[in-house]
Design a protein around this ligand. Structure first.
Ligand code: IVH
Length: 661
């Protein structure tokens, strides 16, 4: 028996090694025939003695007939995206911001920006345990079984080299040759071909049958590692570590000493990219030192220590057939161009946003014109100019009435968009407001989708967000396609949403210009809805990041009696309109202006910022005589320290700060 177990172990180990040689190192060490023979033997033994099958067995690479369910799971560490730049000027600005904060020019790592689908893979005790798509950054789809079929991704690694538990991030790609093969096959089978390798990749990793995924010959490059107490101090070292541990890491990443080196790298790859075996859409630039990365911190969506540089967009010319006007949830009108279909950067484009009346006037865009179409970093292509006007054409007249409800449109001075003012009766605005209210970062009522909102509205069950709380199971069960279980889920998740924090409720109300971050700031500043409703413009302007435009929009919101009625109904239903007791009590830092500098032992800089704001203080970014405290960590910039001493600003440590709280 033991010898059988040993044989299984030996075959697994050898086959994994051959896979690594072939798919990661590109150095085959055995013929395909020999490989297949060994795999066949292992498969047979595992079937007979399943108790000996190893967690990293190479037989998993062929996929299985178990139907994939793709559960949505939470990422342990959020998957952020990168800020984009499109010009050298923007990149210089990024570099200047970094230098200003660090008070020195850092080393950068330049990498190719792979154009595929990002993935996060978890290794526990050296074994591949989970693979999750990016999703919305906080939650993604569990695609473990499909990703295990990608042969360049190790099923086990030497965990001593990295850590007992960590996540590694990378991009799944489909090389050009595989893409061409796949499309030829699809056309032969009368399946529609994929528009580009990126679409083919994302389509492949979401296939129900993992055996089919195995046939798609996907590949993966890794570029980032996350976990607690990882062994390296710089990003470049962590890439080396990943490579040593058996991951496929791009050989083209480069350590740059200054921004000139970064520009050289970009220029080189702008032309060389056409010789790669796969698509890239830009270059990623990352600050090398982890300490410096921490000092730079994050915005809500992106790290401030990295940025992507996108290569110039591809441009084509096509005919503008007609213009539609869409109404958003805030009543903003967006003109949309219908175009003669044309191939652009791998996809067929039929529609493009025209943004607003000014943009149409700026380029004098007329129906029938031949227009320049471009796809930049955005997913939606845009019209960037007119090649020739159609004969006898006349300038485009922007509509004057709402295409949905007929109300006369308004345009506020200084704003680019036209608005439909009929907020309480215009159907797409009402539906849009409800969709925003239930969205994940708002009330997070995830059992209701766009279609259900339309059903509720069209059947007269919900005319505003407060009506959601009067729904009963009996009311919704008769609706088309509504099963007993979904009805229960809907009612339960609406009930659960009453516990949502005040800052998210405030965001959910959909007050114009009040995004997630602003909602947080005003929730902490005013503590409850009554205080906010009676706040004067001056009081609003005192809050960090609230300018004229936001203050006026908030005042206007509370002047509308319909909004007051909805809030009252939400309150009656039990929705939460105040911050927690804990948040209420903490005003220890009220009105204090605090600047943060350096790295800290117990908190990240973002946590410190949050703490300052939650306790009524203000986090400022540059020192002046109005600054109250300099919260100083390790490696604080010498010029900041000098300036603080000169003006006589009190310097406090992380411990002092905790005491103050
Ligand atoms: S780093 C916190 N490096 O680009 C930093 N991303 O907009 C995380 N991508 O979602 C990303 N190549 O899918 C990084 N060398 C590279 C990349 C890369 C492609 C993708 C990735 C990410 C998106 C960011």
């Amino acid at each position: 028996m033991d010898t059988l177990k040993e044989r299984i172990n030996q075959l697994s180990k050898e086959l994994n090694k051959h896979n690594y040689n072939y798919y990661v190192l590109n150095q085959p060490s055995i013929t395909d025939f020999e490989f297949d023979k060994m795999l066949e033997e292992l498969n047979k033994l595992e079937n007979e003695y399943p108790q000996y099958k190893l967690a990293d067995s190479p037989t998993q690479r062929v996929g299985s007939d178990i139907t994939n369910k793709f559960e949505t799971v939470e990422h342990e560490f959020q998957m952020l995206s990168l800020g984009n730049t499109y010009s050298e000027e923007d990149l210089n600005e990024f570099n200047n911001r970094v230098i200003k904060e660090l008070e020195t020019e850092p080393e950068y790592v330049c990498e190719l920006k792979f154009d595929g689908a990002s993935i996060s893979v978890t290794y526990a005790n050296g074994i591949f345990t989970r693979a999750v798509t990016r999703g919305d950054g906080a939650k993604g789809d569990n695609v473990t079984e499909n990703i295990k079929t990608i042969k360049s991704i190790p099923l086990s690694i030497d965990s001593k080299k990295i850590s007992d538990k960590f996540e590694v991030r990378g991009e799944i790609i489909m090389p050009h040759s595989t893409f061409a093969e796949l499309n030829t096959l699809r056309e032969k089978n009368d399946d529609s071909p994929f528009a580009n390798p990126r679409n083919a990749t994302s389509g492949s990793i979401k296939m129900i049958d993992s055996r089919e995924v195995a046939k798609r010959k996907l590949d993966c490059y890794f570029y980032y590692m996350m976990g607690k107490s990882l062994p390296s101090e710089t990003h470049f070292e962590s890439l080396e570590l990943l490579k040593d541990a058996g991951f496929k890491v791009s050989e083209h990443s480069k350590l740059c000493n200054n921004i000139e080196d970064v520009f050289n790298y970009i220029h080189y790859w702008d032309s060389e990219r056409h010789n790669l075996a796969y698509d890239i859409d830009g270059i990623v630039i990352k600050v090398n030192s982890f300490k410096m990365q921490e000092m730079l911190g994050y915005t809500a969506k992106n790290p401030k220590w990295a940025i992507s540089y996108k290569f110039k967009a591809e441009q084509v010319i096509t005919k503008l057939l007609s213009i539609d006007y869409q109404v958003g949830r805030t009543g903003a009108i967006t003109p949309v161009a219908n175009l003669e279909p044309i191939q652009l950067a791998g996809t067929i484009v039929k529609r493009a946003s025209l943004h607003n009346a000014d943009q149409i006037a700026l380029h004098d865009i007329r129906i029938g014109d031949m227009v320049y179409l471009e796809k930049g970093g955005e997913i939606i292509p845009k019209i960037v100019g007119v090649k020739i006007h159609e004969q006898d054409s006349s300038p485009t007249q922007f509509i004057s009435n709402c295409p949905e409800c007929g109300a006369k449109l308004i345009r506020v001075d200084g704003e680019a968009k036209h608005y439909c003012p009929n907020a309480n009766n215009c159907p797409p605005q009402i539906k849009g407001k409800i969709e925003h209210f239930i969205s994940r970062k708002a009330m997070n009522i995830d059992s209701i989708g766009e279609e259900t909102v339309a059903q509720f509205y069209d059947n007269g069950l919900v005319k505003n967000v407060a009506d959601l709380y009067s729904l009963t199971k009996e009311m919704i069960l008769p609706l088309e396609r509504m099963a007993d279980k979904s009805a229960d889920n809907i009612i339960n998740s609406i009930e659960n949403s009453k516990k949502t924090g005040f800052e998210s409720v405030l965001f959910a109300l959909g007050i114009r210009f009040v995004g997630e971050t602003v909602a947080k700031k005003i929730a902490y500043a005013f503590k409850n809805i009554e205080n906010l409703a009676k706040a004067t413009k001056d009081e609003l302007l005192e809050v960090d990041e609230i300018g004229e435009r936001i203050a006026e929009s908030i005042i206007q919101y509370f002047e509308d009696t319909n909004n007051i009625k909805i809030i009252a109904a939400l309150m009656n239903a039990g929705v939460n309109f105040e911050v927690t007791e804990e948040e209420k009590l903490s005003e220890n830092l009220k009105d204090l202006k605090i600047i943060i500098s350096g790295t800290f032992q117990r908190h990240s800089r973002d946590e410190l910022k949050d703490l300052i704001e939650k306790h009524g203080g203000k986090n400022v970014s540059s020192i002046s005589k109005n600054t109250d405290f300099l919260l100083a960590g390790d490696n604080i910039g010498p010029s900041k320290l000098e300036k603080a001493n000169k003006i006589g600003i009190k310097i406090i440590s992380e411990e002092d700060f905790e005491q103050m709280l």
